[in-house]
Design a binder for this molecule. Structure first.
Ligand code: UD1
Length: 427
């Protein structure tokens, strides 16, 4: 199994290209199921999860072709075409490896009037139920049965009718499934307390380019007028705000100066505010965002919340950054119940972090020392990389397949800005 080996202490300096957003890609790909015409997605990141989603689409009868990109280019162009669907089943073996597979439920139901999708089960960062996905679809006219670990959904008469649903808790995935189901319904769908993440705006814009009628994009109330059919489109995946924020934390902890090329400030304001709170210089440039730091980070107080709040997907990286801060930082995780798994690993490098329930206090220490550590989930893994970049000596990060799910060419991007980092095959 591969390891990433980092010899810390290098100041990051230079430009880092930001890839297409993983979480946007994973909700744009299933849109291909909604039409018999081709959907071409540009700027798709090269990631294990994106490849996995491509395979799932193939299993459903949707062809995928990747064109025009050389291996040395960042981003890819994929054309997905579901002329006819040959299956409406997302099997256990695929869904268990990639939770986002649940996002085929809404589009399959909308296009074929039925879908059978394995229940995803728990995952490393918590229980992660899908009850809201199902309730929202029921409100739009679906009938849902749970049997043998599968969700079996059908639209009586072959087509959803529309309806109104108010999400009791903001859910990104449930909003995405509901939106994708609603666009081909026979009537109007109103989704209240919908998630407003930029990835949802990206989804709605792509669907609009395919002919969907969606009102209130970017707000918590989405009104969707169902149409009889959607057509193909070409759409560019937004920049990955979480990847950009992760490299910003790496720049701060190494007292570096980086330009995040392609990042969009208006999609990551809470992250940028937190970087400023830590004392970083943050400025918009023509090409993206510059983040520079001199001296140690000041303490931060951060509580995760749905967008536009501070993203749960940024919590671990900021915590790593705060470990070398000048005082005590306070973190509160309100979205997922088990999202501090990086803490014991960071402790192996000499951090001082105390967790109590949903809060964590990080007391800045003077130095971190490299150690063998284990990645547990995607963002937790990135926090170990960030700490390793500033630690004395060598850090070996194991189980790097987690990183490959969400960071395109991590080592290459960091090497290019001066990090001493490499991937080694540990046999
Ligand atoms: C998405 C992102 C993930 C991010 C998360 C929160 C993708 C592929 N993943 O995950 O990176 O961390 O948003 O920003 O885009 N919940 C329920 N019932 C449901 C659905 C969710 O109780 O049916 C709860 C969850 O347990 C969690 C909260 O709602 O506590 C938010 O989860 P949700 O926004 O749905 O996260 P995901 O869409 O799974």
């Amino acid at each position: 199994m591969d390891q990433i080996v980092i010899r810390g202490g290098q100041r990051l300096k230079g430009r880092i290209p930001i890839s297409g957003a993983k979480n946007a890609a994973l909700t744009l790909l299933p849109c291909a199921l909604l039409t018999d015409e081709p959907l071409t997605l540009r700027n798709l990141p090269r990631l294990a999860d994106v490849d996995g989603f491509g395979h799932l689409l193939n299993q459903l009868g949707c062809s995928t072709t990747i064109e025009g990109s050389r291996p040395e280019d960042f981003g890819r162009v994929m054309t997905a075409r579901a002329t006819t669907l040959t299956s409406t089943v997302a099997p256990y073996d695929i869904v268990r490896k990639m939770r986002a597979s649940i996002l085929v439920l809404g589009p399959l139901l909308a296009r074929a009037g039925e879908a059978t999708v394995s229940l995803p089960g728990g995952c490393a960062i918590g229980n992660r139920p899908i009850d809201l996905h199902l309730k929202a679809l029921e409100a739009l006219g679906a009938e849902i049965e749970l049997a043998s670990g599968y969700v079996k959904a059908s639209a009586p008469g072959g087509r959803l009718t529309g309806g109104k649903f108010t999400f009791p808790v903001v859910s990104v995935g449930a909003t995405e499934n509901a939106v994708m189901a609603a666009v081909l319904a026979k009537g109007t769908c109103v989704l209240e307390n919908a998630a407003r993440e930029p990835e949802i705006v990206d989804l709605c814009n792509c669907l609009a380019a395919m002919g969907a009628e969606i009102d209130g994009i970017g707000t918590e109330t989405l009104t969707i007028e169902g149409v009889d059919r959607l057509h193909g489109a070409t759409y560019r995946v937004m920049a990955d705000r979480i990847e950009a924020g992760s490299y910003a934390c790496a720049a701060v902890i190494t007292e570096g100066d980086v330009e995040l090329v392609g990042a969009k400030a208006d999609e990551m304001e809470a992250t940028l505010a937190a970087l400023r709170e830590a004392g970083a210089t943050v400025e918009e440039t023509k090409a993206g965002i510059r983040v520079a730091m001199s001296g140690r980070a000041q303490p931060v107080t951060l509580s995760t919340a749905p967008y536009p709040g501070f993203a749960t997907d940024m919590q671990a990286q900021f915590m790593a950054m705060a470990t070398l801060g000048t005082g005590a930082s306070l973190f509160t995780e309100t979205i997922f119940e088990n999202r501090y798994m990086h803490v014991p690993e960071l402790a192996r490098m000499g951090c001082d972090i105390q967790v109590k329930g949903r809060t964590a206090i990080v007391r800045g220490v003077d130095r971190l020392v490299g150690a063998p550590v284990m990645a547990t989930d995607l963002r937790a893994s990135m926090s170990l990389i960030i700490a390793g970049l500033a630690a004395e000596g060598e850090t070996q990060v194991n189980r790097v397949y987690h990183l490959d799910r969400g960071y395109e060419r991590l080592e290459e991007k960091l090497q290019a800005v001066g990090a001493d980092i490499e991937r080694v095959s540990a046999g």
